[in-house]
Design a protein around this ligand. Structure first.
Ligand code: CA
Length: 226
């Protein structure tokens, strides 16, 4: 089961695709224009996008370019009636992972979506540094985390700190380790209680994930499962 976003302005087709892929066991969110698709992608975790090219408000090709800047590895399948060679080439060179021309066969569409997700899951799994049994997933590209599929924005420093803790899950990370990681990234001097402040904020931001940052007195901090 995957979270799929369908972006299609034709109501009948959008509803049909939604039903079809729900029956295939996926969670579906759908949008009728490019701008609301952007909002949907910012607000939740999406595993793959089915994208029509001719869209109101923001064209599908422009949305695709935006997706590639923002979510480098998110799988995108273009669904379009435009079947000329030029459109195919433009779609693929703009970063689409697959291309299906309307009208399409339902069984083929379902199979191609499965193939897209299967291919995507290989690198995505390797990039997941966390324990799959908890509800926290670090975004590999942007300073944010997903807690049970809901985005939580972090500062760059919070993200660095949490990455470090997560890489060493169930092991103590010392104050010196954190300071060293932060120094690589900024020359700004840190207040003496800065680490405590960041830990405090992170604890609030990862609340509900099933993970906790434990204070190991005299040694440092440890990320553990609750
Ligand atoms: Ca359209």
């Amino acid at each position: 089961m995957a979270n799929l976003l369908i972006v299609e302005d034709d109501d009948l087709l959008r509803d049909g695709l939604t039903d079809l892929l729900r029956q295939a066991g996926h969670r579906i969110d759908n949008c009728a224009d490019g701008l609301s698709a952007k909002d949907a992608l910012e607000a939740q975790q999406v595993d793959a996008v089915l994208l029509d090219l001719g869209l109101p408000k923001l064209d599908g090709m422009d949305l695709l370019r935006w997706i590639r800047q923002r979510f480098e590895t998110l799988p995108v399948m273009i669904l379009t009636a435009r079947d000329s060679i030029d459109d195919r080439v433009e779609g693929l060179s703009s970063g689409a992972d697959d291309y299906l021309t309307k009208p399409f066969n339902n069984a083929e569409l379902t199979a191609r979506v499965q193939a897209l997700l299967r291919r995507a899951s290989l690198p995505a799994t390797q990039k997941d540094t966390g324990n799959a049994s908890n509800g926290l997933r670090m975004d590999p590209d942007l300073p944010r985390v997903w807690i049970h599929g809901v985005a939580s924005e972090l500062t760059q420093r919070e993200w660095e700190l949490l990455s470090l803790l997560q890489q060493r899950m169930d092991k103590v990370v010392s104050r010196e380790d954190v300071t060293a990681a932060w120094q690589n990234e900024s020359a700004e001097p840190l207040a003496s209680n800065a680490l405590e402040v960041y830990i405090h904020r992170l604890r609030r931001k990862i609340k509900g994930s099933g993970l906790n940052i434990r204070n190991v007195r005299g040694l440092g901090y440890m990320l553990e499962t609750l």
